[in-house]
Design a protein around this ligand. Structure first.
Ligand code: ARE
Ligand code: CA
Length: 456
């Protein structure tokens, strides 16, 4: 598509879910850039409702009040702009979660995070009134009930959220002005939230109004038996495919890793953003999450080693309650993220995950070679002569086995357990002989990953 830019050579996205702008900037400088992440996905940047009585739930941010970038709970416009500059200096692009299908779902009027007054269907600061919204006339309250009905999904309200008439030029121009404001601050791309709830043509009309090319990926969740499919949106840019995350979770939890030999996506690999979990599925969507510990690391390692899709790594905070927002001050402003604190998970910084980003970059373009599996939950494969990974999700160790790589002879740091430092490896290292063989004992729910960027 003419107006959508590809993700580029360093394509791995880190989602710093709910992180405030200064913390994202620090992460770009200290972690994401050095680790080889190509981009960060940040949480919604527009003024949103503030639901203090409900404890500032994370999802208040998905109810825009205006398109002011000032004063979300994550910081000011100046902090946002500074974040973009800092990330760019670190070689990291910035993608914004763009909520443009709807405005708020509150029945009572209120004041947004930047001080703008709003009511359901009246948003003066954004320039929207009653007629700028769909009023679909279904189900008594205009809410979506039947996902098998295209009209309903795109013209009724997703959980009571005032549904913008994205078919109108007035609305399209206003949304595009917001996206272009973000581009003027240097933003590189957009996750289009709830894209399924807008006809593909309406999303296309927004993309065609962008002042310059941006990377666009659309949240169009595949649902069994639903008429609206991710494929319909490929002309606008890339898409999510939640089947990838669910299939991987099923294979890890109740099937066999050996089945991964042919693992692919229904949507073409070049146009699909894949992930192990996202902020929705993390809260009960049948995917693996940080709570799965080493199995979660193995799944991320597989995603980053396997040449399918544009990988997105989830990173968030610790929670028990579905609604719980991030650590905040009394006014609901998000606290600085602290990877040393148990309140933040920082999955993007878990050693096996961050080191597999470098593996992913190193093996780019290389084919899968020398697949081996035990018929159960141990698999191994190479990526040309650049990398080799063994993943063992058996509940027992695999011992005394030799693995046949296509790597050049040498000594390699196992990047699932160590970093290259001072010419050595802070974890175990393996000697690959002139014929490509190395011998390793691999623990239960553990692995080994070697690549040519981590030779010692
Ligand atoms: C909240 C309250 C609601 C209340 C509403 C308005 O929870 O009870 O009515 O506010 O006051 C997030 C939260 C919602 C929250 C909303 C607004 O998840 O709970 O509502 O913010 O604050 C469908 C959509 C898909 C959507 C998922 C959640 O197709 O686009 O539902 N995902 C995105 C974001 C969400 C976000 C929104 C959209 C809204 O990632 O975090 O909501 O901006 C099948 C279908 C899918 C469907 C799925 C779940 O799989 O195939 O299409 O996803 O079921 O219904
Ligand atoms: Ca809609």
């Amino acid at each position: 598509p003419a107006d959508a830019a590809p993700p580029g050579e360093r394509d791995v996205i880190a989602t710093l879910f709910q992180w405030n702008w200064p913390s994202v900037a620090a992460a770009c400088r200290e972690q994401l850039g050095p680790d080889g992440y190509g981009a960060v996905q940040v949480s919604p940047s527009a003024e949103h409702v503030v639901l203090g009585a409900e404890g500032y739930p994370w999802w208040q941010d998905y109810q825009p009040v205006s398109y002011r970038i000032d004063s979300t709970r994550r910081g000011t416009r100046a902090e946002f702009a500074d974040m973009v500059r800092t990330c760019h200096d670190a070689g990291v692009k910035v993608y914004v979660d763009a909520v443009v299908n709807h405005m708020t779902g509150q029945e009572t009027c209120g004041t947004g995070s930047a001080g703008s007054a709003y009511c359901h269907y009246t948003y003066d600061q954004a320039g929207y009134g009653y007629d700028d919204f769909h009023h679909c006339g279904r189900n008594g309250n205009d809410d979506i009930v039947n996902y098998r009905d295209r009209y309903e999904v795109q013209n009724c309200e997703l959980v009571n959220l005032a549904d913008l008439d994205t078919g109108s030029d007035r609305v399209r121009d206003r949304i595009a002005a917001y996206l272009n404001d973000l581009l003027s601050l240097g933003v590189d791309g957009f996750r289009i939230d709830a894209a399924k709830h807008m006809p593909s043509e309406d999303v296309g009309a927004l993309v065609s109004r962008l002042d310059r090319p941006a990377y666009v990926y659309q949240e169009v969740l595949y649902g069994d038996g639903e008429p609206i499919t991710p494929e319909e949106y490929l002309g606008n840019g890339d898409v999510y495919d939640q089947r990838y995350a669910r299939d991987l979770a099923r294979i890890f939890n109740s099937e066999r890793l050996a089945y991964l030999r042919e693992f692919g996506t229904a949507v073409p690999s070049e146009q699909v953003v894949v992930f192990i979990d996202n902020h929705d599925s993390q809260r009960g969507g049948g995917t693996l999450t940080y709570r799965d510990g080493s199995r979660y690391s193995l799944a991320n390692a597989f995603m980053l080693a396997w040449p399918v899709g544009t990988p997105k790594v989830m990173s968030g905070y610790t929670f028990d309650d579905y609604d719980a927002g991030p650590p905040s001050d009394a006014a609901g402003n998000t606290a600085d993220a602290d990877c040393g604190s148990a309140a933040w998970q920082c999955e993007h910084d878990w050693l096996p995950i961050r080191n597999m980003v470098a593996f992913h970059n190193e093996v780019r373009g290389e084919p899968v070679v020398r697949w081996w599996d035990n018929g159960g939950d141990t698999i191994a494969f190479g990526r040309g002569g650049k990398g080799y990974v063994v993943l063992n999700d058996e509940s027992s160790a695999v011992t005394g086995r030799s693995f046949h790589t296509a790597l050049p002879e040498g000594t390699y740091c196992d990047v699932l357990h160590g970093d290259v430092a001072d010419g050595g490896c802070t974890g175990p290292a393996y000697r690959v002989n002139a014929d490509g063989w190395f011998r390793a004992d691999i623990g239960a729910h553990d692995g080994v990953a070697l690549h040519t960027g981590a030779r010692i």
